[in-house]
Design a protein around this ligand. Sequence first.
Ligand code: IPE
Ligand code: IPE
Ligand code: MG
Length: 248
Amino acid sequence: MSAADQLLAQVRAQGAIPRHVAIIMDGNGRWARERMLPRPVGHRNGMKSVREVVEAAIEAGVEVLSLFAFSQENWQRPATEVSALMSLLEEYIQKEANELDQQGVRVIFLGDLDRLPARQRASVDGIMAQTTHNTKLVLNLFISYGARAELVRAARLIAEEVAAGRMSPAQVDEAAVTDRLFTAGCPDPDLLIRTSGEKRISNFLLWQLAYTELHISPVLWPDFGRAELYQAILDFQSRERRFGRVSA
Ligand code: IPE
Ligand code: IPE
Ligand code: MG
């Protein structure tokens, strides 16, 4: 039995599996720099971690896996890095679409997808359509995403409905906001993992993370795999979630 298999057995013995795990995949650049390689090589190696973590999540019985792949702020990186990331996005979809489909993964892209180049936009739409009926795992891939922009968009959608007389100000409640986020219909994350040791949210899911348990892993994303995911879940299982109440 491998170390990762042992950890999975432990996870299962502990019981409660987080329904929704979110990950800020960070540290690709540092992984490359440590090896004196260009940053895109780090991003390419990060794709392997995505594959491994998707499989590990299915094995553990996670229902929703949310991966932060490219933020709205990441558009401000040097053009060469942005274009390398766009090429990798395209390559990932071409290479993995059929396998993800066979594994029963429903792939959903969330973010300001209008900013994607036409080619990437078409691939993204293609894989979402191809996998739309799958139910084993929902894989949310956040691209060109910023949580503040997502909240502004929700506010604007609500304002339009109020202005059109379809909704009254009194009907604006938490559910009204939740229903207008990209994640509408999806349970909030139970566990958020950030790799590479950074202790920041970096504009990810600000609304949805209200009561999420946080796990900071020192491991750089290209080195993150099955064992590290199971370690994070074990850490999650040791927590007491109180949601503002007192212990039972
Ligand atoms: C995460 O790795 C991937 C993206 C944000 C696209 P980084 O590229 O941020 O890697 P570091 O933080 O510079 O090491
Ligand atoms: C957050 O990582 C975004 C993604 C992982 C896609 P960054 O590397 O962009 O965040 P900061 O700049 O360290 O906050
Ligand atoms: Mg980073």
